[in-house]
Design a protein around this ligand. Structure first.
Ligand code: AMP
Length: 402
């Protein structure tokens, strides 16, 4: 955001991510995403911009009412107005449409230092289709476009990417949140300090194939946990009982292990597991070697030997990236593995390493551990961060850069 001097009195259209969770009375239950966008909004207001905000909220096109109409009551961004007004200490105006008469009238009248929030971008069917006409109408509301919605940067939607083509490079930029996400992600993507350790977990190998392949060429160590570990054990002829296994990914798991060896990248699987006789926090549990799981039992967390080994590797690393929990951390009996990784990240950070939690459920796990302020960076990016780390080009970033 380097155009401070030119914003004075000008209209700036900002794509933010206000896709916040709401309870059944439409009260915001977690305002992290709104807080994330505040620095950019405040920065623009400090430069006397007329700030026009747009965001999606939920999936209104997929969750229409029985009569086929949009569920406006549920998905309106009006739910955000009061909270945003109190956070900014300023009255936030609201338009009941995105590019219709109300939005155009209010945008036209908006003065420097004022804020207007437009209705849910996804109320327009053209948004998710990346419709050029919609993108053009959006662009006509403002002099500048700022994209600060990292969480949707992997989508080529009208408001996240297409709109940018109607602004020249002097009139479009990233917001502070996106800048921060990119700066931090690049610390692990481009010339990370060695030893670089990635911890990859979560339910399925199939969700993390590209990530693993990309990491093999960059990392010294890859620690694998979560449900996906059992596909690897099965591929190595281990006994995994009823653990989550993707039978059609066994060959791929072998391929990944082979590629890692060829690249001199060490892949560590969890030596032992906490196993349960049901997918429940009340199930009977025991700790066994991860390739010796009896029938009727399933691995739901990494065991204590694995925790110690992973901790040691993480604490002796200079760069650490974590994506995906080590177990079913939503249940307290299977959260220790993820918490031990969070603790190790905090210790490595204290020793001077750069540590980042790169999106997805590991972000919830580190938040739950209470250690999120003791790691270098916790991404808000979710799927967008995963794709960025996989090495994909994100349409929302490309549209600003080109
Ligand atoms: P992901 O979105 O791929 O990061 O996966 C996160 C989900 O994986 C969480 O909801 C975890 O409960 C789940 N998960 C982690 N470990 C296991 C496991 N061993 N078995 C089944 N599910 C798991």
């Amino acid at each position: 955001m380097s155009m401070e001097n030119s914003y004075n009195g000008k209209k700036v259209l900002v794509r933010v991510d206000f896709n916040v969770p709401l309870d059944k009375n439409f009260k915001i239950t977690d305002d992290t995403r709104i807080l994330g966008a505040l620095p950019t909004i405040q920065h623009l207001l400090a430069n006397n911009a007329a700030v026009i905000l747009m965001s999606h909220l939920g999936r209104p096109q997929k969750k229409k009412l029985e009569n086929g109409e949009l569920d406006v009551e549920k998905f309106t961004l009006k739910h955000v107005v009061d909270h945003l007004s109190s956070l900014l200490n300023k009255n936030v105006q609201f338009s009941t449409d995105l590019v219709g008469k109300d939005a155009r009238d209010k945008a036209r009248e908006l003065k420097g230092g004022e804020v207007l929030l437009l209705e849910n971008t996804r109320f327009e069917p053209g948004e998710e289709k990346g419709d050029d006409t919609l993108a053009r109408s959006l662009s006509e509301l403002a002099d500048y476009y700022v994209n600060d919605a990292f969480g949707t940067a992997h989508r080529a939607h009208a408001s996240t990417a297409k709109v940018a083509q109607f602004f020249d490079s002097d009139h479009k930029s990233f917001g502070l949140l996106i800048e921060k996400e990119i700066k931090n992600a690049n610390k692990v993507k481009e010339n990370p300090d060695s030893p670089y350790t990635a911890i990859v977990g979560g339910a399925k190998v199939s969700d993390k194939i590209l990530l693993l392949e990309n990491l093999i060429s960059k990392c010294d160590n890859i620690l694998i946990g979560g449900g996906m570990a059992y596909t690897f054990f099965k591929a190595l002829d281990g006994k995994v009982g009823n653990s989550l296994v993707e039978e059609d990914k066994l060959e791929l798991a072998k391929e990944i292990l082979k590629k890692a060896t060829q690249n001199n990248t060490r892949i560590l699987l969890p030596k032992d597991s906490i196993i349960a006789d049901a997918f429940s926090n009340d199930a009977n549990i025991q700790e066994v070697a991860s390739d010796q799981i009896p029938d009727g039992w399933m691995g739901l967390d990494i065991g204590t030997k694995a925790q110690s080994e992973f901790t040691e590797v993480i604490e002796s690393s200079r760069t650490v990236m974590w994506n995906g929990p080590m177990g079913v951390f939503e249940m307290s009996n299977f959260a220790n593995g993820s918490f031990s990784v969070a603790k190790a990240l905090a210790k490595a950070t204290k020793k001077g390493a750069f540590t980042m939690v790169g999106g997805g459920d590991s972000v919830s796990a580190v938040n739950q551990s209470g250690l999120s302020d003791q790691v270098s960076f916790v991404s808000t990016g979710g799927g967008a961060m995963l794709e960025y780390l996989e090495g994909k080009e994100l349409p929302g970033l490309k549209a600003i850069e080109e």
